[in-house]
Design a protein around this ligand. Sequence first.
Ligand SMILES: Nc1ncnc2c1ncn2[C@@H]1O[C@H](COP(=O)(O)OP(=O)(O)OP(=O)(O)O)[C@@H](O)[C@H]1O
Length: 241
Amino acid sequence: MTVKSPAVAFDQVTHRYGTNTALDALTFTADAGRVTCVLGPNGAGKTTAMELAEGLKQPQTGSVRVLGHSPWRADDRHRSRVGVMLQDGGLPGAVGARRFLQHVATLVDGRVRLDELANRLDLQAFWDTSMRRLSGGQRQRVALTAALLGTPEVAFLDEPTAGLDPHARLDVWDLIRDERDRGCAVVVTTHSFEEAERLADDIVVIAHGQVRAAGTLAEVAGTTGLEARYFELTRRTEATR
Ligand SMILES: Nc1ncnc2c1ncn2[C@@H]1O[C@H](COP(=O)(O)OP(=O)(O)OP(=O)(O)O)[C@@H](O)[C@H]1O
């Protein structure tokens, strides 16, 4: 029997900003064909972990592997297999969504997908408005489309539904499930228990740069439910306040 290696693997990853330890021997995996939701309080280290996996930061200690490669050293071919939605969007302000996404589509061979995603996320409603004039939720949908245009094998989505209205949130959840069902490893950071419960196959709870729990949703939620378990795992003590 062959054992498939995980799509994403953090092994004993420590990352410091000066004297501040953002990640402390962080170890977890995420698999193809599953949605892995990463939960944790503000400052827990989620974005730092995502940025390491996206190849935007150089690892200091430990190993990060995505599709078997070190993301920091990865070439263009590797990058084309990975979709990234950053927390701040990173979108240009002056152009409209249509021009921006058409440009991205030519880079990742995603012209056919652009029509599908634009329909599903209702982008035509603001297609030609310059991105600086879009609402936060509209920009989120453009950023998500850009991340998925290339039909990636791994997608890192940093709080993909933050600020979305309830309809848009359902559309995004459906889309994420379909990405998972076609075999993509989808890694989602979120502060929403509802989102994690409705979307996640697997859960990773991080606090102070360490994994406090990892496993299937049922394993992590246990008998008390995800929210109660989360508060138990990330409880603030006087020493950490
Ligand atoms: N560029 C940076 N320079 C210095 N410290 C940083 C930098 N980026 C993050 N940090 C610190 O690293 C720690 C982890 O931050 P990170 O952004 O990874 O957390 P997070 O879990 O994504 O938080 P949030 O839920 O608020 O997005 C925090 O203490 C933060 O202040």
